[in-house]
Structure formats: structure tokens, C-alpha cells
Write a protein that binds this ligand. Structure first.
Ligand SMILES: Nc1nc2c(c(=O)[nH]1)N[C@H]1C(S)=C(S)[C@@H](COP(=O)(O)OP(=O)(O)OC[C@H]3O[C@@H](n4cnc5c(=O)[nH]c(N)nc54)[C@H](O)[C@@H]3O)O[C@H]1N2
Ligand SMILES: Nc1nc2c(c(=O)[nH]1)N[C@H]1C(S)=C(S)[C@@H](COP(=O)(O)OP(=O)(O)OC[C@H]3O[C@@H](n4cnc5c(=O)[nH]c(N)nc54)[C@H](O)[C@@H]3O)O[C@H]1N2
Ligand code: SF4
Ligand SMILES: [Mo]
Length: 705
């Protein structure tokens, strides 16, 4: 019989509430839940395709163990015994640092990952902990760590109450927001403009978000730090610095003024490619707006000075008095969190360093760019075994051909993942979590970045089949193995997860409980964001430290230089129907025009003799790929765009739709594992120098930088 069920979309950071139509244990229809307290009926094409993703015939539902070179079905007991044997062997012979862990993006979406990834990291006892954070947002954590003493205190634009929103290096109309849980952003931006507010977008591409903006400023990739330094300079020069209510909670304003003194708009303009008048006007508009917020994402983090850029975003919020006030950039207060005391030990990085490149630890992990080095370089502490949870590093990390080869040579690999993909095809043991319909959901991570305080718990809409294992149990059994309790420990992960969540809700700021949330399938609205300074701060001074020493030192090394002539750089892009590397196997999401193309500026294409629909070769220091060309006026000259997450046609991949996508290539064959943001170790994925030529090459080659 057909029935209706409510759940939370687990696919992106917007955390939409969904109304599902269920028939015989399958999702047959998906709509946005109109009664949802946060998403109010919004749904995107990915959420609408949840049924297809949930029931994907290529989804692995039985554990696999490698026998005679093949990944063959096994029982859970056999699989965990193989893990115990394999990891035990490596640890006994080479010690715990020989085991590396890579946690991928969905670990912050699942209850299992949110609750049990931390104890898993601890149980491994290795310095070689890696996550997708260092190919994503680590610069923001480092900058917030230094500013607020609290790396998880990331302010978000209070879009529903603001008058002026400045977006840099983000395309939330395509991504639906990131470090900003903001379902129905299209509706919220339309409301902003309808009430007379303005949206300005800084992006080398005329992205979907740029298209709905009042103003689009193209910028040279990787140079937002210079634009923002010029704006901060202008605020001081025009006496527009007005921290307002933040004043008593602030130190370091004068130091920032001294630091930016050499970065006038005229000095930075040639480096970032934005006209000095435009920089001055932008600073003036930001200062003049009654309530304003500055927001930066991938184009401000996965770039050479990601931490400095992320810091400048919040320096602007602070100096204009917009941090922590309604309509500005505010901090959420999740129902499962605790209020702080306003001071703490502060933040530091580099408590240990990576063995090969000496890169500093950040938040207990090492930069993912150096995973291949740690596997390939012989010596004491060499990585010989890898455990991945919800990650596809072979497609996601830079210089992935090298990483793929490194992973292929490991002694032992365990993957917790529902697909045999580019990465997990190398597994010795594959442990598949159940599909979304069979997992409980509560967004422990994303409520920290929500535009409104809400709480929603979604129990599984389909009971777990007897031969499946909740992902909480998968992780708990791995923890048991790694702590020496053996492969046969009985766990009750789902119940344990509920217990922990209930306790945290009860101890939390709103005194909620799991029972209360179970009774409210559309979520509980806990109100608009409220000021949290100073309580959220954890700096030793109890103040916002606006000019932290490590960041100041990095700024003093910056050199605003114009780019070399005739060079190309590559940037990414996201499409509404994708999510990183793992949604290309759902026919509804990949139908139509191929999504993986190289987008080239019309003038550049003409000069190089490239034509729309023709082929181009793109070459970087580390590799070369060939793609179909799209020609447009919507990208700055000298910039080309290629999306990431494609390139599934590798031997052994069991994703029958994704494998055969026309033209899909892995852009991370081009990105360079040596290019990092020094303060966070984050990968540089945007602004990588490349050369570009038609398939027949010849004399139409642009210069490589
Ligand atoms: N060039 C370039 N590279 C990029 C980016 C870019 O913009 N440009 N973006 C970067 C960013 S922001 C990110 S976050 C990373 C992502 O990097 P990764 O996290 O390594 O990659 P994903 O593609 O998100 O892979 C998610 C994996 O989780 C699996 N999975 C899905 N659901 C579940 C589940 O419920 N449980 C478990 N255990 N597994 C599940 C999927 O099958 C897939 O293997 O990529 C980065 N790489
Ligand atoms: N549909 C969809 N949604 C997603 C994902 C997905 O793959 N598909 N992935 C999810 C994940 S893991 C993340 S982290 C978020 C990311 O969320 P966003 O950051 O909003 O994602 P992008 O669409 O990559 O937007 C980055 C923008 O930065 C621009 N850009 C590149 N380099 C620069 C630069 O140097 N300066 C400036 N100013 N701009 C630059 C690019 O042209 C692009 O428009 O999206 C999440 N949501
Ligand atoms: S916006 Fe994100 S959370 Fe909402 S339906 Fe789409 S994928 Fe799901
Ligand atoms: Mo991400």
C-alpha cells in the first residue's frame, strides 16, 4: 500500500525536508516538505532523484572480500575477520602509523560519521589521518580558529534579514550553499532583492548565482585575497571602520590597519584584475549598507592563500560591524550543542608534521595532498594500509593518477562505501552501508551553519533488512577491531546513536529530546539566529583576535603581481544535478547534454582555433586530459572551467551508468599536489596553470606558465 513518509535529504548541506511516497519499501515519489520549518517545500533535482539513488541496482548491499584478485560477496563475519587479519598484520609488522584513514564528504552527513568518526580516528592511533576537509574548507577552520579561538565557529550570512550580500568564489544557486545551510536559496535571494537588498558576486565565471546578482565582478582566479586587502585598505583610508557593538570584544584593529597599508586598491588591482574604482565602490557599498554580510566559499578556500582570504572575509564582516548582528554574518546555536564560556585555550596547528613533506597537522589531521607521498615513500612510518569511509580520493584529490597508483600498491585496504568506484575498486574488504532510506538522520554538522536554528530527526523510512548492517555498527565494529576487542563484538549502533543524541539534545540550549523530535517530522523551529559574541569565543583573551600572528606573517609575504601574459588557469564548477563524484550513476541526474566539458572564453577559443563541440587538450605540470569544448562569453579570458568528480571509466569500477558517460574525465589528473595553502595545508584546486590546445595541436598552442 502507498504511504507518505518524511525524511531529511542527506545529499547536500541544505538539509531539505522531504515528503516521500513509499510503495513496498521503495521510494516512488519525492516532494519538498511544504511544512518543513527550514526548507519550506524546496527540493532540487538531486533530492527529487533520491528514489533512484536509494534503489540504484549498482549499490553494493553485501560485504565484499578480495579473493584471487576479485572482490567477491562475503558474510559480515567473514568481512570483519578479514579486516581484523589484514589490519592486524600491518600494525604488528609496521606499527599504527602504517595505517592511514581517509574520511570523505558524506561522513559529515551521516549520523554514523558524525558520532563515530572521531572515536575511529582515535582507535587507529595513527598520525596519518586525512579527510576531504583539506581539499575543501580547512582554510576557513584555521582562520576562524585564530580569530575566534574556535575553528568550528563559522559565521553564515543572515540572508533573510540582510540588505547587502557579497559572495566570493561560491555558486550557491548551483551548490545550494556550503558552510551555509540555506535551503531554498533561490527563494531567499529573490526575497532579498524584492525588499530592495543587493547581491554582488565575485567570480571568474558568470555563474548561476552571478546571473541573478545585481552586480558580477569577474576576478583572476586565486587572487581574492588581493581584492579583499584592497577593500580593507579602503575602509581604513575613508574612515569607514565601524565595529559597533563588537568594539569591546575586539583586539588587533590597529594591527590590521598597519598590515594592509601597502595594499591600496591601485596596488592590488593589477594582481586581481578588478578595477580600482570597482574595489573602492564595493568597500563603500559594504560600509554603507545598514546590514550586510560577506561570504566566501570554494573559490576562496581551495586557492593559494585560502586561509588569508577566509580571514579577510570575516575581517570585513567585523570592521563594518556586521559580524554577529542580525542581517550580518551570524553564528548558529544547534540544539545538540552547548553554549561556551567566552574564553579558552585558543587555537594552534602543527602539533605534529607529516613524515615526508613536513606539513603541519591541523585539527588532528594531515593535508590530503600528501597521502600519496606517505604511501609511496619508503622508510619508518610508511603508510601500508588505508581505511576509507565515504570517500573517493582517487577522483577527489589532486594529482590523482599518482594517488591511484599509490593506492593500488597498498598491502591492505578497507572501504566503507556503497559503490565499487575509482577508489574502492582497490579494496581488499568493502563494507557497504545501507541506503539513505534505511538510515536515521540528524544533521549534527550542518546545524552549526544554518540560517535559522532548527532541529529535525528523521528515523529510517524503511526497516533495515536482516542481512544489512547500520553504518554505526560498521564503524563500531571497526573501532572494536582497532582497539583489540576483535572482529566478533556485538554492537547496537543505531540505539547507541539515539542515546547519545538524546542526551546531547537534553543538555543542549533548548532542552529538547529525541522523543520531542520524533513527534515533529517537519522539524522544530528554534528561531532566528541570535548574537553569540562573546560566549562563542575560545581565545585566551576572550576577544576576537583580529590580527593573529600566523596570518599576519603570511600577509606580509604576499606579493601583488600581475599575471604572466598568455597563461591559462583552470577553475572548477558544480552542476545542480551532481554531487562531487558519486551521483553520476543515476540516469535522471546525468541525462541530456554532457556535463563534463571544458568551458573556454570566446576570444580565447577564436585565438586558439577551438570550436564549440570540438576537442581540446588541457595540460598541467602533472597531467593532461582531453575534453569537449564549450565556448562562452560567461568566463573571463585566460580562465577555463572543468567540473570535478568525473572519470569513472577505470578497470573494475562497477557503476554501469557513470562508467559510460560520454566525455567524463577526471580534472584532478591536472591539479597539482604540490600547490597548497601553507597555513591550512589545503589543496589548491582553482587557478592551476594549464596550457590549452586543439586536439591536432600544431601551432595553436597557448603558452604554459
Ligand atoms: N578539482 C576539484 N576537486 C575537488 C573539488 C573541486 O571543487 N575541484 N571539491 C572538493 C570537495 S569540496 C570535496 S568535499 C571533495 C569530496 O571528496 P570525497 O569525499 O573523497 O569524494 P565524494 O565524491 O564526495 O565521495 C563520497 C563517497 O562516499 C560514498 N557514500 C555515499 N553515501 C555514503 C554513505 O551513506 N556512507 C558511506 N560510508 N559512504 C557513502 C560514495 O559512494 C563516494 O565513494 O572533493 C574535492 N575535490
Ligand atoms: N550541485 C552540487 N552541489 C554541491 C556539490 C556538487 O558537487 N554539486 N558539492 C558540495 C560540496 S562538497 C561543496 S564544498 C559545495 C561547494 O559550494 P560552492 O563553493 O558554492 O561551489 P562551486 O559551485 O564550486 O562554486 C565555486 C565558484 O567559485 C568560482 N571560482 C573559482 N576560483 C575562484 C577564485 O579564485 N575566486 C573567485 N572569486 N571565484 C572562484 C567558480 O567559478 C565557482 O563558480 O557544494 C556542495 N554542493
Ligand atoms: S538542495 Fe540539497 S538537501 Fe535540498 S533536495 Fe537538493 S540535494 Fe537535497
Ligand atoms: Mo566539499
Amino acid at each position: 500500500m502507498e504511504r507518505t513518509a518524511y525524511t531529511t535529504c542527506p545529499l547536500c548541506e541544505a538539509t531539505c525536508g522531504l515528503e516521500l511516497t513509499m510503495l513496498d519499501g521503495r521510494i516512488t515519489g519525492v516532494r519538498g516538505d511544504r511544512d518543513d520549518v527550514l526548507s519550506r517545500g524546496f527540493v532540487c533535482p538531486k533530492g527529487a532523484a533520491l528514489g533512484g539513488l536509494d534503489a540504484d541496482p549498482d549499490r553494493v548491499r553485501t560485504p565484499r572480500v578480495r579473493r584471487d584478485g576479485k572482490l567477491v560477496p562475503a558474510t559480515w563475519d567473514e568481512a570483519f575477520a578479514a579486516v581484523d587479519e589484514g589490519l592486524g598484520r600491518v600494525i604488528a609488522a609496521h606499527g599504527r602509523d602504517a595505517v592511514a584513514l581517509y574520511l570523505g564528504n558524506p561522513t559529515v552527513h551521516t549520523l554514523a560519521g558524525n558520532l563515530f568518526a572521531a572515536p575511529l580516528r582515535k582507535a587507529i592511533g595513527s598520525r596519518n589521518i586525512f579527510t576531504a576537509s583539506t581539499v575543501d574548507q580547512m582554510p576557513k577552520h584555521v582562520s576562524c580558529g585564530h580569530l575566534f579561538g574556535n575553528p568550528l565557529a563559522v559565521p553564515v550570512p543572515d540572508v533573510d534579514r540582510t540588505d547587502f550580500l557579497l559572495v566570493l568564489g561560491a555558486d550557491p544557486m548551483s551548490s545550494n550553499g556550503s558552510l551555509w545551510t540555506v535551503p531554498d536559496l533561490p527563494g531567499r535571494l529573490a526575497a532579498l532583492r524584492a525588499r530592495g537588498g543587493r547581491l554582488v558576486v565575485v567570480d571568474p565565471r558568470r555563474s548561476r548565482t552571478a546571473r541573478v546578482a545585481d552586480r558580477h565582478l569577474p576576478i583572476r582566479p586565486g587572487t581574492d585575497a588581493f581584492l579583499l586587502l584592497g577593500m580593507v585598505h579602503e575602509l581604513f583610508a575613508r574612515d569607514l571602520v565601524t565595529p559597533g557593538a563588537l568594539e569591546p570584544h575586539l583586539t588587533g584593529v590597529a594591527a590590521v590597519r598597519d598590515l594592509v597599508a601597502r595594499f591600496s586598491p591601485d596596488v592590488v588591482a593589477p594582481a586581481c584584475g578588478v578595477d580600482p574604482t570597482a574595489i573602492r565602490d564595493l568597500a563603500a557599498d559594504l560600509a554603507a549598507a545598514p546590514r550586510a554580510a560577506v561570504y566566501g566559499r570554494i573559490g576562496t578556500t581551495t586557492v593559494p592563500h585560502g586561509t588569508v582570504t577566509s580571514w579577510l572575509v570575516d575581517v570585513l564582516n567585523v570592521l563594518t560591524g556586521n559580524l554577529d548582528r542580525p542581517g550580518g554574518a551570524m553564528f548558529a546555536l544547534p540544539a545538540h550543542s552547548r553554549r561556551g564560556t567566552g574564553t579558552g585555550a585558543g587555537f594552534r596547528t602543527g602539533r605534529w608534521h607529516s613524515r615526508v613533506r613536513g606539513l603541519p597537522e591541523v585539527l588532528g589531521e594531515l593535508p590530503a595532498v600528501t597521502l600519496a607521498d606517505e604511501i609511496l615513500t619508503p622508510g619508518e612510518g610508511q603508510v601500508r594500509a588505508l581505511l576509507t569511509v565515504a570517500g573517493n580520493p582517487v577522483l577527489s584529490l589532486p594529482n590523482s593518477a599518482r594517488l591511484d597508483g599509490a593506492i593500488a600498491g597498498l598491502d591492505f585496504m578497507v572501504c566503507v562505501d556503497p559503490y565499487v568506484n575509482a577508489t574502492t575498486r582497490h579494496a581488499h574488504v568493502l563494507l557497504p552501508p545501507p541506503p539513505p532510506s534505511q538510515q536515521a538522520h540528524y544533521d549534527m554538522a550542518f546545524y552549526h551553519f544554518a540560517v535559522r536554528n532548527v532541529a529535525r530527526f528523521s528515523p529510517p523510512v524503511v526497516p533495515l533488512p536482516p542481512d544489512a548492517l547500520d553504518e554505526c555498527d560498521i564503524l563500531l565494529r571497526l573501532i572494536a577491531i582497532l582497539t583489540g576487542a576483535g572482529p566478533d563484538v556485538a554492537t547496537d549502533g543505531a540505539a547507541q546513536a539515539r542515546g547519545i543524541l538524546d542526551a546531547r539534545l537534553r543538555a543542549g540550549p533548548y532542552g529538547l529530546s529525541l522523543d520531542r523530535l520524533l513527534a515533529e517530522p517537519h522539524g522544530v523551529d528554534l528561531g532566528p539566529l541570535e548574537p553569540r559574541v562573546p560566549e562563542i569565543l575560545r581565545t585566551p583573551s576572550g576577544r576576537i583576535e583580529l590580527c593573529p600572528e600566523p596570518i599576519a606573517a603570511e600577509v606580509s609575504r604576499l606579493d601583488p603581481r600581475p599575471p604572466e601574459p598568455d597563461t591559462f588557469v583552470v577553475v572548477g564548477r558544480r552542476h545542480l544535478r551532481t554531487n562531487n563524484s558519486w551521483m553520476h550513476n543515476v540516469p535522471a541526474l546525468v541525462k541530456g547534454r554532457p556535463l563534463c566539458t571544458v568551458v573556454v572564453n570566446r576570444g580565447d577559443a577564436d585565438r586558439l582555433g577551438l570550436v564549440a563541440g570540438g576537442r581540446a587538450r588541457v595540460t598541467s605540470r602533472v597531467g593532461e586530459v582531453e575534453l569537449t569544448v564549450e565556448v562562452t562569453d560567461d568566463i573571463a579570458p585566460g580562465v577555463v572551467s572543468i567540473p570535478h568528480g568525473f572519470g569513472h571509466d577505470l578497470p573494475g569500477v562497477e557503476m554501469s551508468v557513470a562508467r559510460h558517460l560520454p566525455g567524463g574525465v577526471n580534472t584532478n589528473l591536472l591539479t597539482d599536489d604540490l600547490a597548497i595553502d601553507p597555513l591550512s595545508g589545503n589543496a589548491v584546486l582553482n587557478g592551476i596553470p594549464v596550457s590549452l590546445r586543439g586536439r591536432d595541436g600544431g601551432d595553436r598552442t597557448a603558452q604554459v606558465s
